[in-house]
Design a protein around this ligand. Structure first.
Ligand SMILES: Cc1cc2nc3c(=O)[nH]c(=O)nc-3n(C[C@H](O)[C@H](O)[C@H](O)COP(=O)(O)OP(=O)(O)OC[C@H]3O[C@@H](n4cnc5c(N)ncnc54)[C@H](O)[C@@H]3O)c2cc1C
Length: 409
């Protein structure tokens, strides 16, 4: 019988899992171990409101909230080793915590540049609230930031930095920004908005080195050009935190490998959130790893249910959003393998691309638009993807077609 549950990683996923265990009536002990000093908080505001307004962390629940549910929240301490034979986790403070079921929710960390640490704090990454506050302190009128990497975090930071009056250069090594998971047409709309807001975007720009100067830092490109800045922020993707799992002998496959129940190769150990790779329902069970706020939440809840014996399988359609200026971009599903793409125009600056498989099933939908212009249709697209129905591409493209009607058909 499960009496003791230990969760390693007090982020979005670990925090939600702990709360959900109590919500579902688990009466045994819950220990939630987090290496950061703060109670679990949401990361999406870090590149948005935290930079813009120095917003306080948005907590999943406050320390008192966990205490009132008798969840033993241990902050500022890391899990150092898992002894699977004795079912004990040893912590960096020298203590040990026994478990019947263990959840790994260790998240991911930003990839770094090789020489970053020697650059006097002028080259940073953005993952924690402390990172956001440090970066924010270097932004504003008269300040120059160079952002390396044209992915979501780099672009969101570029938008926030511009709003604060900072001069922004974004350096992308590939021919276009957002080349991972976002269609070129949407990436072009994002790039053109950034340029209109004054961001200088350099594509196909390969970095030779980043070095300190007397008054700041400079990025030297292979073509000989140099970008001078007061701060460089590196946003070149993330690495899942799998070391603890690997050292414990668990299977790793671009993340801690889990099955549809989020169970690792050890049936008493689960993994969820950014750190795990899981079989994607609706996509033939191929293993994927997501870095998505909603997925971290959903998987936290699923892991909690399954640690209590539910045996439920994950069935969510992958979904991600990004806010830049007044634009919201959303991607639902996985477009790989699509043989046709149709465009649906919704309003000025708002459109959705639907990606269809050869047999007419909807695989993915990606859209961009001001405010929540695209939200309803993307939500319905998620349901169409999950339904695996054959859909008429022309009907999808026609703005007059109600997607709800396609779902009901
Ligand atoms: C700046 C930023 C903006 C984002 N914006 C969006 C967005 O707009 N939309 C969206 O969908 N997603 C967004 N995301 C992604 C989303 O926040 C993540 O997918 C989500 O936080 C993942 O949750 P997690 O709990 O799996 O991992 P995390 O939130 O990273 O939490 C993992 C925690 O585990 C801790 N930990 C790791 N190893 C150990 C150990 N050995 N012992 C103890 N603790 C450990 C870590 O310190 C961390 O606190 C953003 C992320 C960032 C960084």
């Amino acid at each position: 019988m499960t009496q003791q549950i230990v969760i390693i990683g007090a982020g979005e996923c670990g925090g939600r899992a702990a709360l959900s265990l109590r919500d579902r009536g688990f009466e045994g002990s819950i220990t939630l171990i987090g290496s950061e000093p703060l109670a679990p908080y949401e990361r999406p505001p870090l590149s948005k409101d935290a930079i813009l307004f120095a917003a306080e962390p948005k907590f999943v629940a406050e320390v008192d909230g966990f205490a009132s549910l008798a969840i033993d929240l241990r902050l500022g301490v890391s899990a150092a080793h898992i002894d699977r034979s004795r079912r004990v986790v040893s912590l960096s403070d020298g203590t040990f915590v026994p478990y019947d079921k263990l959840l790994l929710a260790t998240g991911a960390r930003p990839r770094a540049l090789p020489a970053m640490t020697s650059l006097n704090g002028r080259v940073r990454t953005l993952r924690s609230h402390a990172d956001a506050m440090d970066i924010r302190s270097c932004l504003g009128p008269g300040q120059r930031v160079a952002i390396i990497g044209g992915g979501f975090i780099g672009l969101e930071l570029a938008a926030s930095a511009r709003k604060l009056g900072t001069s922004v250069t974004l350096i992308e090594g590939l021919p276009r920004i957002l080349s991972r998971g976002v269609p070129a047409e949407i990436a072009a709309a994002v790039a053109s908005r950034h340029r209109a807001e004054g961001v200088e975007i350099l594509c196909d720009a390969r970095i030779d080195k980043v070095e300190q100067t007397e008054d700041g830092v400079q990025v030297l490109l292979e073509d000989g050009s140099r970008i001078r800045a007061d701060l460089v922020v590196v946003g070149i993707g993330s690495t899942p935190n799998t070391e603890l799992a690997a050292e414990a002998g668990l299977a790793i496959d671009n993340g801690i490998a889990v099955d549809s129940h989020l169970q690792t190769s050890d049936p008493d150990i689960y993994a969820a959130g950014d750190c795990c790779s899981f079989p994607a329902a609706h996509y033939g069970g191929r293993h994927i790893r997501l870095e998505s706020w909603r997925s971290a939440q959903e998987q936290g809840l699923l892991a909690a249910a399954n640690m209590m014996g539910a045996q439920e399988s994950g069935a969510a359609v992958p979904w991600f959003w990004s806010d830049q200026y007044d634009l919201t971009l959303q991607v639902a599903g996985l477009a790989e393998g699509a043989t046709a793409t149709v465009r649906r125009d919704l309003a000025a600056e708002a459109f959705i691309l639907f990606h269809l498989a050869g047999d007419g099933r909807l695989l993915a939908a990606s859209g961009i638009g001001p405010g929540n212009t695209i939200s309803r249709d993307i939500r319905l697209a998620e349901m169409l993807i999950a339904s695996a129905k054959t859909i008429d591409a022309a009907a999808l493209a026609a703005p007059a077609t109600k997607l709800k009607a396609l779902l009901a058909a």
